[in-house]
Write a protein that binds this ligand. Sequence first.
Ligand code: GLV
Length: 329
Amino acid sequence: MAREKIFVTREHIIPEAIAYLAEHHDVEVWKERSAPPRDLLIKKASECAGMLTEITDVIDKELLDQTSTLRVVANRAVGMDNIDILEATSHGVMVANTPGVLHESCADFTFGLMLSLARNITYGDRQIRAGAWKVFDQIPYLGTDVYEATLGIIGMGLIGTAVARRAKAFNMKIVYYSRTRKPELEESLGLEWRPEMDSIFREADYVSLHMPLTADTEYVVGPRELGLMKPTSFLINTTRGRTVDPKALYEAVSGGGIAGAALDVTDPEPIGIDDPLLTLPNVLISPHIASASSATVRKMGQMAAANILAALEGQTMPSCVNPEAANQR
Ligand code: GLV
């Protein structure tokens, strides 16, 4: 196989995958911890056959119009909202993501958020560090039980399913809304499907978002949806910040419309230190790390590298989302 040029947009995240790619191709890496500047990304796209990207690297028409060399973009993520897939397809650029290797880690994390929020674990830790634990008094920390509560899952893909499996062990009632109904999961996990997303907001004690960010799901959780939730209910978001209207969320939590929110993703990202959401004790925020166990990040890197190698060899890629792009070249 001829050696081709590959650009990897971060050095420190997946060194093993980079070393593996470098055995076969000429690999250039961006060495900073932050994303490469836009003009550099465009320049590299115009020189390289493959790029291994992170979710903050925007692959759009402007970039694609300026390259005739690029054949594959492998995103080290399951989400692909940073990539214009239709444009990539019409430019003959194959796009890959990393499904099937991160859902269990994300589901663990979702449960971690849910338990921490409902049982005031992070809140208690924040209070102790602020010097506020003076006497034995549990009353300021009274939480809400997770076991036997109703969990509402929006988006029943691999991550939603892995969350549902965990919820079953907590004896939760699980209701879900998803573009595609999953009768076999209803049967095996005892899930109840709802034809309307609204029913999930109305019924659930915990609403957990697991749908991808698309034009249809952008700000899909707004004042109306939050208004359907019970004042005792919690919202958990581990998908993308832009699925939830942040102003509406602030209003809902601060006004007692819902009991709290746990967010691994925010809008914008990173969230500003002066963001009003950070003033609310019953909002818990983590820095977009749901998939980030060491083992899972390594697997995501390996899968992204395998996607690039397969594409450049003209072989079936482990997870190409637009195989029809090959016909455009
Ligand atoms: C992370 O956010 C991912 O999409 O994998």
